[in-house]
Design a binder for this molecule. Structure first.
Ligand code: F6P
Length: 360
């Protein structure tokens, strides 16, 4: 029987998952290894097993295709997150089940593609004896240990395009336009897209905002004969002393579903300025569609590097983009602590230097 590796995608989907699957499969085939793709996240490894043998000769169009051909899950027995910053311990029978599933298929190493939640689970599996390496995925870019996760650049491109579109309609109608972007408790998408899309106001979770500061900005613009204002707000942003805005019912043992801050901000500003304000929620559009060229390249490098890690038996490691190139870090260095936007970091300083209002 030829050597085999496994691959699994977990957590929320994002552009580039298929590009990683393609790269892993191709790099494994180059070594003469077969790649097994488990379906529906880690669950596919357990009995009754659900998987497909990935034949790299037949992997057409995966580089550009959104979503994941393997399916994914951010709920259920393998979900790690139970609340803001809290991680669940995996029951021993699930760890044993994964080990047994891997042994049954004679898999020498598992590539786990995921964000903080899936890789926290991955770390527990590794500690329980599963030979596993990680690939950092999330549009939120909130994983430590890597300068960038894949999927982030594609989400920023989507949010920037939305800002460009809102810009012209805001200007035509002399309105305040508030765009809500994802990112959970990190403001990376908002700050990158806000700077790239020429937003006048950028509100991020790391800097609680005051309406007074935003009103000053709107008034300054009016005085300068600019009768519209473009605002980007991260879903996890909140007013100083205020709470996160959530949508839907809070389900116990699950992370809060953030959403609705744009509507709150728009209503408040309309009330206080007398100008028309509109909210737009970009939502899951940021997670769909083709990856950008940057993400395609990053995914391909990540996938090839993950196979190298398995060959070197560097289990418990995650591939990482380190600015000058791709290397690896221990998974423990990446999970369990959110990488948030430093309030005195480069992007924030750039925003301040340009006179962009951060709600301070
Ligand atoms: O972590 C990725 C992410 O898209 C967050 O930005 C967002 O808060 C969350 O997932 C949405 O999750 P769901 O798809 O379960 O609504």
């Amino acid at each position: 029987m030829s050597e085999r590796i496994g691959i699994v995608t977990g957590g929320g989907d994002c552009p580039g998952l298929n590009a990683v699957i393609r790269a892993v499969t191709k790099a494994a085939a180059k070594r003469g290894w077969e790649t097994i793709g488990f379906l529906g996240g880690y669950e596919g490894i357990l009995e009754p097993q659900r998987y497909v043998a990935l034949d790299y000769q037949k992997l057409g169009s995966l580089l550009t295709r959104g979503g994941t051909i393997l399916g994914t899950a951010n709920r259920g027995r393998f979900s790690a997150k139970v609340g803001h910053g809290e991680t669940r311990s995996l029951p021993q029978e699930l760890i044993d089940g994964v080990k047994a599933g891997m042994q049954k298929l004679n898999i020498r190493g598992l590539v786990s593609i995921g964000g903080d939640g899936s890789l926290s689970i991955g770390q527990q599996l590794f500690e329980g004896g599963v030979p596993l390496v990680g690939v950092p995925k999330t549009i939120d870019n909130d994983l430590e240990g890597t300068v960038m996760t894949f999927g982030f650049d594609s989400a920023v491109a989507c949010a920037t395009d939305a800002l460009d579109r809102l810009h012209t309609t805001a200007e035509s109608h002399n309105r305040i336009m508030v765009l809500e972007v994802m990112g959970r408790y990190a403001g990376w998408i908002a700050i990158y897209a806000g700077v790239a899309g020429g937003a006048d106001v950028i509100l991020i979770p790391e800097i609680p905002f005051s309406y007074g500061s935003i009103l000053t900005k709107v008034r300054e613009r009016e005085m300068a004969d600019k009768h519209f204002t473009l605002i980007v707000v991260a879903e996890g942003a909140r007013e100083k002393g205020g709470e996160f805005v959530t949508s839907g019912k809070q389900v116990s043992n699950r992370e809060a579903r953030l959403g609705g801050i744009a509507a709150t901000v728009a209503a408040e500003l309309e009330e206080r300025t007398g100008k028309e304000a509109r909210a737009c929620v970009l939502g899951h559009l940021q997670r769909g569609g083709s990856p950008t060229s940057f993400d395609r390249a990053l995914c391909t490098i990540f996938g090839a590097e993950a196979v190298e890690l398995i060959a070197a038996e560097k289990f418990g490691h995650m591939v990482a983009y380190q600015g000058s190139g791709v290397g690896s870090v221990k998974i423990t260095e990446a999970v369990g602590k959110l990488k948030t936007v430093p309030p005195e970091g480069g992007f924030v300083r750039t925003a301040r230097a340009l006179g962009i209002c951060l709600g301070e």
